[in-house]
Design a protein around this ligand. Structure first.
Ligand SMILES: O=C(O)CCC(=O)C(=O)O
Length: 277
C-alpha cells in the first residue's frame, strides 16, 4: 500500500518535523492533524501486535481491557469500543517504538522541552456498532489538574483510515482555552464504568477529523472531543500515546496514579469529583 497523505519528508528516524503553521494551529484550536507520522510499513508492523491484543493473545490485567461504550457487566463480545490501557506495560517490546519516539518529538515541538510519556492506549471500534460512540469529554476531567505545569499533547494515530462513517475523532476547537466543563459518569457511577461525559453547549462548532493510516491528531487534554459510532463494515483501530510535562507525570506517580483502570483509587476519589469546576 502506498502512502496516502505524504510525510516522508518530515520523518527522520525517531523525529518528525512539525511546521510553524501546525504549531500555531495546535495553540489556537487545541488540536492539529499531522500527516504521515508513520510510513505504511511502520503502521503494518505495529498492527500485528495490535491485533494480538484484540485477540487477547497478549494478556492484559483486569479492567485495563474494557469497554468505553458500555458498563463493566458487558462480556468482551459485547464491547463496542475495546479499550486496552497501558499496552506498553503489557507488551514491553513496544517501549521506545518508532511511534513513541516520533510522538515524543512532536510533543516537545508543540509544548516545549521536558515532556514525558504519561500513558498509552488502544481504542478499537468493532464493525457496525452504532453505539461505539465516544461521548463528549475533556481528558483533564479524568486526572489531576492541580499540578503547576499542565502542558499536554495526546497523539492519536489511525491504524485504519479514520472516517466519518467509522467514527473518526471530532473536536470543538478552542475549548481548551475556557474552563473545564462539569463531567458526569456515563453510567451513573464510576464503579460501573470508567467513562465520563459532558455536553455540547450553544455556540459549539464541531469539526470532524478524518485521517489516513499513519496520520495522527494531537490534542490538548483540555479540548472538548469525542467520536461517533462505527457504521462501517471494518474496524476503526487507534493507538494513542499521551504526553504531559515530566514534572506532572512524576507527581501523578507519586500519588499512585498510573492511568491503569485497576488503580485502587481514581483521581476523582482523591480530589473530589470535578473538584476544580
Ligand atoms: O478514539 C476515540 O474515539 C476517542 C479517543 C479519545 O477521546 C482520546 O484519545 O482522548
Amino acid at each position: 500500500m502506498g502512502e496516502v497523505s505524504g510525510g516522508a519528508d518530515r520523518r527522520d528516524g525517531g523525529h518528525y518535523r512539525v511546521s510553524t503553521e501546525e504549531q500555531a494551529a495546535f495553540r489556537r484550536d487545541g488540536w492539529v492533524h499531522l500527516r504521515g507520522v508513520l510510513a505504511p510499513d511502520e503502521v503494518a508492523a505495529l498492527a500485528v501486535d495490535y491485533d494480538r491484543f484484540l485477540r487477547r493473545e497478549i494478556a492484559v490485567a483486569g479492567k485495563d481491557f474494557c469497554d468505553m461504550s458500555g458498563d463493566y457487566t458487558r462480556t468482551v463480545e459485547q464491547f463496542s469500543i475495546i479499550n486496552v490501557m497501558l499496552p506498553r506495560r503489557y507488551h514491553p517490546p513496544w517501549q521506545g517504538n518508532v511511534y513513541e519516539r516520533r510522538a515524543h518529538s512532536i510533543a516537545e515541538q508543540l509544548c516545549g522541552p521536558g515532556m514525558a510519556l504519561d500513558y498509552d492506549q488502544l481504542l478499537a471500534k468493532r464493525p457496525r456498532r452504532d453505539d461505539a460512540v465516544f461521548g463528549w469529554h475533556q481528558d483533564l476531567a479524568y486526572w489531576p489538574t492541580d499540578t503547576p505545569d499542565l502542558r499536554t499533547a495526546t497523539c492519536w494515530m489511525a491504524i485504519d483510515a479514520a472516517t466519518v462513517d467509522n467514527g473518526c475523532m471530532r473536536f470543538v476547537s478552542g475549548t481548551h482555552l475556557a474552563p473545564l466543563r462539569p463531567h458526569r459518569p456515563l453510567h451513573g457511577d464510576r464503579a460501573k464504568s470508567h467513562t465520563l461525559v459532558t455536553d455540547l453547549v450553544k455556540g459549539d462548532t464541531v469539526t470532524l477529523a478524518p485521517i489516513a493510516p499513519g496520520d495522527i491528531t494531537v490534542h490538548n487534554e483540555a479540548v472538548l472531543h469525542g467520536s461517533g459510532g462505527n457504521k462501517s463494515a471494518g474496524w476503526r483501530r487507534a493507538y494513542i500515546v499521551a504526553f504531559r510535562s515530566a514534572a506532572t507525570v512524576a507527581e501523578e506517580r507519586r500519588r499512585g496514579f498510573t492511568h491503569s483502570h485497576n488503580d485502587g483509587k481514581t483521581v476523582l476519589d482523591s480530589v473530589g469529583f470535578n473538584a476544580k469546576q
